[in-house]
Design a protein around this ligand. Structure first.
Ligand code: ZN
Length: 316
């Protein structure tokens, strides 16, 4: 079995659909590439943001649950999501965030790269991390950010954990990650490709309180697999390692299995195929509400229950 290549998508919780779309699509320049509903709760949107075509490793997804109380950061969750930028883009993002009413934290150095931290409208921690060699993506040419300054997909995630070793053993064992360095309480693991979304950082926080799930919390992180055959191999291997893994679920744009890692964070393994062009062409991505066949007949009632929002023009 091949080691896991890196992250596929990250799914988090927001409170207000309009604020969420305005922030990711207009300010961060992450194209809304799919407008659908939570298949398990069709009264809630499911928004997908990414590069122009939704390349795996660029995909941030949100369930905007209206009136959801804000979560509280703590152990057993993904506490930060990091995107890669070019080193020369740090000043651009610092200024752009401030212009849009977001005060970034001060720039830190981590494993030799610069890190610009800030929060999204629900208080979720985002980081922009510099790299001289970002991945090549499908740049969203009609978006608000010039290509040189645009986000270049995920750098990785940080998990807050009571204990590092059990999660590290899962990553470096069945998942095929490699330990690449330690800085203080931070332990870094790298996926097997040299492409995108490579890093999982484990932050050791013994005895700290657990997270409280809510708006601004990451629900799960999904790792990549190329196809259904390889996914079943991962399912078997991870089961053999003693984890309870779900059956394969059809998420329309990918197929998924889920399991909880020893520190409490929900992991998913998702297929690259069929991808986001499965039910609409590139030019139309994100413009219309898409439903899977099994929800299509309920479209009128679903549309009526969803709160309206406006996808404003990204040109500015
Ligand atoms: Zn997912």
């Amino acid at each position: 079995m091949k080691p896991i290549q890196g992250l596929h998508h990250i799914t988090a919780v927001a409170s207000d659909p309009q604020k969420n779309v305005d922030f990711y699509h207009l300010i961060l320049g992450q194209r809304l590439i799919k407008r659908t509903v939570n298949f398990d709760d069709p009264g809630t949107y499911h928004f997908y943001y990414g590069d122009e075509t939704g390349t795996p490793g660029t995909i941030m997804t949100y369930f905007p649950w209206r009136h959801m109380r804000r979560g509280r950061k703590g152990n057993g969750e993904t506490s930060a999501v990091a995107y890669t930028i070019r080193p020369e883009a740090v000043g651009f993002w610092h200024d752009r965030l401030k212009k849009n009413g977001i005060t970034p934290g001060s720039v830190q150095t981590r494993f030799g790269a610069e890190v610009l931290p800030f929060e999204d409208p629900d208080g979720m921690t985002l980081e922009l991390i510099t790299s001289d060699h970002p991945a090549t993506l499908q740049h969203w040419a009609d978006g608000p950010i010039p290509e040189a300054h645009a986000l270049k997909g995920f750098h990785g995630v940080t998990l807050w954990l009571d204990e590092v070793e059990p999660t590290a053993a899962l990553l470096t064992g069945p998942m095929g990650y490699q330990f690449v360095g330690q800085e203080g309480d931070r332990f870094r693991y790298k996926g097997a490709s040299n492409d995108i979304g490579l890093y999982v950082d484990l932050l050791h926080r013994p005895g700290q309180p657990p997270a409280q799930f809510g708006a601004g919390s990451v629900h799960h992180i999904a790792f990549r697999t190329v196809d259904d055959v390889e996914q079943v191999e991962y399912q078997q291997t991870i089961r053999q390692a003693g984890f309870g893994v779900t059956p394969v679920r059809d998420r329309q744009y990918f197929h998924s299995i889920y399991f909880r890692e020893p520190g409490g964070v929900l992991f998913e393994v998702a297929t690259d195929a069929p991808g986001f062009l499965y039910d609409e062409p590139v030019a139309e991505l994100g413009k219309n509400l898409k439903l899977p066949p099994w929800l299509e007949e309920r479209r009128p009632e679903i549309v009526q229950a969803l709160p309206p929002f406006e996808l404003k023009s990204a040109q500015n």
